[in-house]
Design a protein around this ligand. Structure first.
Ligand code: AKG
Ligand code: FE2
Length: 282
């Protein structure tokens, strides 16, 4: 197994490895590279659904995604991304085509912390469809001290799709009005101990305790810092890639811009942080 780090702050790329037969020692090397690099790419895999689920489970408990209609019918822990980009009437289904577009972290609308998201590429278009990642450790570290002081102890409310409830149509009606989840804006990573910014511009509703105008202004100000960090990695997909990112300390964004009638299909798992794991790390 070979692990390359093209950027010192973000992104580790593993080659010459088969995740179906990974030893515990090699898995630990991948896990450590992931913790250090925020995003872990493993290239060149050929997996069945069972293989992908088994590999995903090595990282933690899997949780079926709140969006029920894109769950695999027989494997609720597996979401299938990119199917149905055209509706039966031929029009583009933007909720599918644009899914994952706009900088965000996954599942901040859940009260439980989502540790990682893992995608496995089954079909990739000839052009476009890259995914961007940004380190929220680096975004936090680079904040001016005055801003760090201002956001200390602040909490934010998040809901699926944020203020515009964008993509809400993907949810079943009974899931559309769930109460927001509240998380600290500066979070300390349970495993690395590093601080990061956690206030993603997409799913955020407001900062608690601030007037609406102040909250809106702070969302914009922090979004500027979060998305302009130079600690970014752009993933250009190949069929057989597995990409795992750490939702506790990264934002990501699907860039879209691929030909609508070419396929871009991924299997996806959501990996949760068990409370016991968080406590062990503390
Ligand atoms: O399709 C992508 O590139 C990213 C999708 C995404 O945001 C997700 O699966 O959470
Ligand atoms: Fe996402």
């Amino acid at each position: 197994m070979k692990i390359d780090r093209p950027h010192p702050k973000i992104g580790a790329i593993a080659n010459d490895v088969d995740v179906r037969t990974l030893s515990d020692a090699d898995w630990k090397s991948l896990y450590d590279a992931w913790l250090d690099s925020v995003v872990l790419v493993v290239r060149g895999q050929t997996l069945t659904i069972d293989d992908f689920l088994a590999y995903s489970r090595r990282f933690g408990r899997l949780k079926p995604h709140r969006v029920k209609k894109t769950r695999h019918a027989d494997y609720p822990e597996l979401t299938v991304m990119g199917l149905g980009t055209r509706k039966p009437d031929g029009k583009v289904d933007k909720t599918i085509y644009d899914r994952g577009g706009g900088w965000h972290t996954d599942s901040p609308w859940d009260t439980e912390i989502c540790k990682g998201t893992q995608l496995y590429a089954l079909a990739i278009p000839s052009i476009g469809g890259d995914t961007l990642f940004a380190s929220m450790y680096e975004a936090y570290d680079a904040l001016p001290d005055t801003l760090k002081k201002r956001i200390e102890g602040l909490k934010a409310e998040h809901a699926y799709g944020g203020r515009g409830r964008r993509g809400n149509e993907l949810l079943d009606p009974e899931d559309r009005q769930r109460p927001p989840a509240v998380h600290p804006v500066v979070r300390t990573h349970e495993e690395t101990g590093r601080k990061s910014l956690y206030a993603n511009p997409y799913h955020i509703l407001r900062f608690q305790g601030l007037a609406e105008t102040e909250s809106e202004a702070l969302i914009d100000e922090l979004a500027g810092h979060m998305t302009s960090t130079p600690a970014q990695y752009r993933h250009k997909w190949q069929v057989g890639d597995i990409v795992l990112w750490d939702n506790r300390c990264a934002l990501h964004s699907a860039t879209g811009s691929y030909p609508i009638d070419e396929k871009r299909i991924h299997w996806r798992t959501t990996i949760m942080q068990d409370p016991a794991e968080a406590q062990r790390a503390a």
